[in-house]
Design a protein around this ligand. Structure first.
Ligand code: BGC
Length: 740
């Protein structure tokens, strides 16, 4: 960990460093002097040995942040600050380093102010679309190794909020609508982060499923439904990833703020799941001292209004027992020991390897892009038969869009569409991986011309003169707001329609944070969903368009035809109340410092479960994705006791490919459920003509129901129906079995 220069230290009078030296200039003392440095002891024992040495003031110092720090101009920055969103000062006299927390949802944030570089990965939603736990692990590995190279010791990424509403502004940071796929993806991602001796995090706990009025919305949902949906994603993610911390969210859940919600924090997280790490508040999501401390919050971020002096006084006057403060500190220290950040501190010695980062990002992007439509095999494009290609829209001549907010990664060289300009909050940032360049490389003999797409008739004219038109359409999304509708913004539906009318050999490449509606779907030849594809997005998209890579991604989220088909036609709080001067409900609540309810009456029935149980036809179903080859499924067998399914997949086409075989379950009648649940899957790589029999482990909790009476999971008696195939709506194989 670097010490800042003397000048920086002199400027920062607000932070005094014990012993007049910075945290990492001390040589580690011998284990005899510091018995907690004995690595053969358990993290818990080591934490307790440190706690014995701590003064009350030091304990308090460990349970809150240093303020807004580098996030806010003018805020104090301690000398050892590493430039991340959060810092907790360490205890140098005992060799406990400061906690240097970095936002890192899709790559390390805020590299530019420190003149560093960080890899932009594809959306987490894209990682989920790969259905590949290894890709998710690699995703976390990229983040972990770059955090380490840059001197951080904790990631505060790990978003796993479910896509209850496909208009949620942060869906690109989250792994989709299914709790098992989402939990598995984020759990492996966190494990990848932690494989670098970096502390991982999972967030935003819980039911923080919309951005509209996120600090004033009260999400209301029964305990059973919560356990079988939002909480299940966290439970699986924590089980697989062992994150050091859980970040509690801004919203209320059933009337209590998440960060002082006894049910969520004490009862479920620390009680039922026995989570040994610490609960950190989202930034300014702490509302009280005593209530929050007793309800299970362990660390306030970013400041100390509640967990600084007021907590010290509450401990001194007995409102918060010392044992509870010790528990908070224990949870932090044991997590630091367990993750290895004390034994193996990150000392920035290297420049991040941008080439390895780009290769890894490209690999994940190539597994994540989903081919949604391919009429008359318009794709893959055959360069030999193409004399002219029109590339249209979305700045495809300059780069690919990225998602915003605290997940924003800084683009090398600045925003590719306005080079040299710094990244601004709320402004779409493009990364310099221009699809046009890579399309040209794949089709050296063709005339490839670009039209910006701002004038649909000009774009249509170019398309009419070209053998094929590739229209790029994008949608900027960021934390703090949701999409008002499912429609593509900026007149892009009209653009696609005009181009497709001029040339039916039109392929649409979507670069979006969220699912979008496609009123032009029947007019176009092909559609690819590339999410935000990351720093090598242009290369990855071109490789799929031309078949260098065979698409294998499958949707981790349902694409609806229109808002009318969703459980709620409007996002909660976006409703306008004429009695209140026509302002949206969330504004009123924010203004009046009150709350508004989000009654999640759909319970667990959102996404594909909603469409299936309501008998509605989606635009594209969950789990769907095409390939340039074809597959046949056969021989499904289920072992109910082992909770595993065996099936055979055959590649019946002409190209090698990777198929994700999906297994769904319909619970026995007693469950009252009239929809299937995703139970398990496997990615199967097959040469043409090859067949493989695979055994798929099913998630036991996907087969279970949460009982409110006993507050525990159980498996219903009776016959379960298992189905397997290539999507939630294409399940050629079915068997019945009991589950014990
Ligand atoms: C976001 C968190 C983020 C934090 C720190 C909050 O606004 O909700 O996800 O980690 O800011 O930047």
């Amino acid at each position: 960990m670097p010490c800042r220069t003397l000048a920086a230290i002199a400027m920062s009078t607000a932070f005094l460093i014990s012993g007049g030296t910075c945290a990492f200039s001390q040589s580690p003392a011998s284990p005899g002097a510091r018995p907690w440095m004995n690595a053969s002891l358990s993290p818990d024992a080591r934490a307790d040995l440190v706690i014995k040495e701590l003064t009350l003031a030091e304990k308090i110092q460990l349970v809150h942040g240093i303020g807004w720090g580098p996030l806010r101009e003018g805020a104090g920055v301690p000398p050892d600050n590493n430039g991340g969103a959060g810092e907790v000062l360490g205890i140098p006299r005992l060799g406990i380093p400061s906690l240097q927390q970095a936002d890192s949802a899709v790559g390390v944030r805020m590299a530019a102010p420190e003149s560093r570089y960080a890899t932009l990965l594809p959306s987490v939603l894209g990682a989920a679309a790969s259905w590949d736990p290894e890709a998710a692990h690699l995703y976390g590995d990229v983040i972990g190794r770059e955090l380490r190279a840059e001197g951080y010791n904790q990631s505060i990424g790990g978003g796993v909020n479910l896509a209850r509403d496909p208009r949620n502004g942060r869906l690109f940071e989250y792994p989709g609508e299914d709790p098992v796929l989402a939990g598995t993806t984020v759990g492996n991602l966190i494990a990848g982060v932690e494989s670098n001796n970096i502390m991982g995090d999972i967030k935003h706990y819980a039911v923080n499923d919309q951005e509209t009025g996120r600090t004033v919305v009260d999400a209301r949902l029964g305990h059973k439904a919560m356990h079988e949906s939002d909480l299940l994603a966290f439970e699986i993610g924590i089980r697989i990833g062992h994150p050091s911390s859980v970040m509690c969210s801004y919203n209320k859940v059933n009337g209590d703020w998440s960060c002082e919600n006894d049910y969520l924090l004490n009862k479920v997280l620390k009680g039922e799941w026995k989570f040994p790490g610490f609960v950190v508040s989202d930034w300014e999501a702490t509302h009280t001292t005593v209530k929050a401390a007793l309800a299970g919050l362990d660390q306030q971020q970013p400041g100390e209004e509640y967990f600084g002096k007021p907590l010290m006084e509450a401990v001194q006057n007995g409102q918060v027992p010392m044992s509870r403060l010790d528990d908070m500190v224990h949870r932090l220290l044991r997590s630091m020991f367990a993750a290895g950040v004390i034994d193996h501190p990150s000392t920035p010695r290297f420049v991040v390897d941008p080439f390895k980062g780009r290769d890894d990002a490209q690999h994940i992007a190539e597994e994540s892009i989903v081919l949604l439509r391919n009429e008359h095999n318009i794709l893959p494009l055959q360069p030999a038969s193409l004399k002219s290609i029109a590339v249209i829209g979305a700045h495809a001549d300059m780069g690919v869009m990225s998602g915003g907010g605290s997940a924003q990664v800084d683009a090398p060289g600045g925003n590719a569409i306005s080079p040299g300009t710094p990244t601004q909050w709320g402004q779409a940032v493009y990364f310099p991986s221009a699809p046009l360049k890579y399309i040209r490389e794949h089709a050296p003999g063709a005339q490839v011309r670009f039209d910006p797409g701002t004038d649909p008739s000009a774009a249509a004219a170019l398309a009419a003169q070209s053998d094929v038109a590739i229209v790029f359409a994008d949608q900027y999304m960021s934390e703090g707001g949701d999409a008002p509708t499912l429609a593509l913004p900026n007149n892009q539906d009209a653009l696609v329609a005009a181009v497709a009318k001029a040339n039916p050999r039109t392929v649409v490449v979507l670069i979006t944070g969220n699912p979008v509606s496609m009123p032009w779907i029947d007019q176009v030849g092909g559609v690819m969903e590339a999410w935000y594809p990351g720093v090598a997005g242009g290369q990855a998209i071109a490789n799929l368009l031309f078949g260098t890579v065979n698409p294998s991604g499958k949707l981790p989220i349902t694409f609806a035809k229109s808002e009318a088909d969703l459980p709620h036609a409007r996002v909660f709080g976006m409703t306008y109340n004429t009695a209140n001067g026509g302002l949206p409900e969330h504004w009123i609540a924010e203004e009046k410092k009150s709350t508004f309810p989000a009654d999640l009456t759909e319970g667990v029935r959102f996404g594909y479960k909603w469409f299936d149980s309501e008998g509605k036809q989606p635009l594209f179903p969950f789990g769907f994705g095409l390939s340039y080859t074809s597959y046949r499924y056969s021989d499904l067998h289920v072992d109910g006791a082992a909770k595993s399914a065996t099936l055979t997949v055959e590649n019946t086409g002409q190209r090698p490919g990777t198929e994700t075989a999906e297994v769904y379950v319909q619970l026995p009648k007693a469950s009252g459920e009239n929809f299937r649940r995703l139970a398990g899957w496997d990615r199967v790589t097959l040469a043409p003509g090859e067949r493989k029999t695979v055994t798929i482990r099913m998630e036991p909790l996907a087969l279970a129901t949460w009982q409110e009476g006993t507050e525990s999971w159980s498996w219903e008696p009776g016959s379960y129906t298992f189905s397997a195939g290539s999507s939630s709506r294409d399940l050629p194989l079915t068997v019945k079995a009991d589950v014990r």
